[in-house]
Design a protein around this ligand. Sequence first.
Ligand code: ADP
Ligand code: MG
Length: 476
Amino acid sequence: MNMSDYKPTIGLEVHAELKTRTKMFCDSLNDPTELHPNVNVCPVCLGHPGTLPTINKLAVEHVIKVGLALQGTPNKRTKFDRKNYFYPDLPKAYQISQSGEPLMLGGTLRNVKINHIHLEEDAGKLIHDDSSGGTLVDFNRASVPLMELVTEPDMHTAEDAVAFMRELQLILRYLGVSDADLEHGQMRADANISVSATDELGTRAEVKNLNSFNSVFLAINHEIKRQTEMLEKGEKIRQETRGWDEIRQKTVSQRSKEEAQDYRYFPEPDLPPFETSVFDVEALRASLPELPDAKRTRFMKEYGFDEKQTEILVSEPAFANYFEEAVSELKEQAPDVSSQLLYNYLTTDLWGLMKQTGTDFADMKIVPEHLAHLAALIGTEKVTSRQAKDILARMFETGADPTEIVASEHIGISSDMGEIEAVVTAVIAENEAAVHDYKKGKTASLQFLIGKAMSKLKGRARPDMLTEIFKRMLEN
Ligand code: ADP
Ligand code: MG
């Protein structure tokens, strides 16, 4: 058989930490920016005996929104379960999770069917301390709300799996329910991979805790290759849990796959099951923002952008909103100036200044209206593009309105013909030699004269206009 006869299949389990003020089952703060260990803890999330959990309503609403955004449906009834295992980052020795009756069912994203989304709590963080050789534990993250989205085995390449995760990340950010930053551990995935030469799915391996898009990509490809080679040799794939070894760039066996029974799942006795109709699902649906795909379609149609241009805005929702506010101002101020011009100043010049100075969008001083004013000034030829660069730099520093900069400092393109002609006349009188050379056919002398005039005018004239006036005057 050929390597290509083996078809890979992938299913993902994606975890994302939810943005809430407090933790999943207590009122300790959920603050991922807290640097001091074991500050945001209380008897409940530390698992002291006799304490009782309460459900974080906002976390439930977040997961309902994610499910709705992916065309899923709320389960009629949902409940929490205890998943029992022992590990030093898990103070209760069980995790409150959901097993039989998850919060959201079904849905789809990028043609990948979603099995369900459930809600659970995160574990603490273990920190290996090199100086003592010991391990420290920080419970700030213990019991932070965590959603888990489980897909059907519907993907067939590593590229598809990464594209799925990227789009999910973007949607979570649009919804404002998670920062979904993989670098900060706010989003992570387990990838289940099998290969098969028949229509039946093969035995899968689950690669746990992938914490970057790159490791998702590499781990899946490594598994596809490893399993295919084993099958080629007539060996059997073992269902097992594997890990990604970043240094050796390969997956390594961790343990044979645990069964649900190993976790002794049982209903969480301290939290009652509840009907999801106690939540106003329709109000949550109505609160959903425009999602990335809808934005893509609309941007291409409304502004005539190509796919690449569209993606730049869609992948940065703050930029997309900024752009739209600026466009609406531009339409009012200068309806004939193209939104493309505005787009260029936003994504090239302004973005460049932000990168150069390391300025975050939140601290950027130029309001969208002012960027629109600048585009209007350029588009209606009131300032040259060279002047625009200087003006933009000053707007960036002070937040000033370019219309005011231009008016108060008399910059901008002069449309005062009398003024320009007077300058040209003076330049001709002061540069006899150059005039003489030009009349003898030395065209470079014209550039010299134009340069002189431009500097007297402090750049406030259009070069083509100056050329025309010089030619006219020198011909007589
Ligand atoms: P478990 O409960 O043991 O984790 P599930 O049936 O819930 O198993 O599946 C977990 C994940 O594994 C899902 O994302 C699913 O799509 C994926 N999966 C299941 N079977 C296969 C398979 N044969 N090949 C690839 N992925 C699979
Ligand atoms: Mg699993």
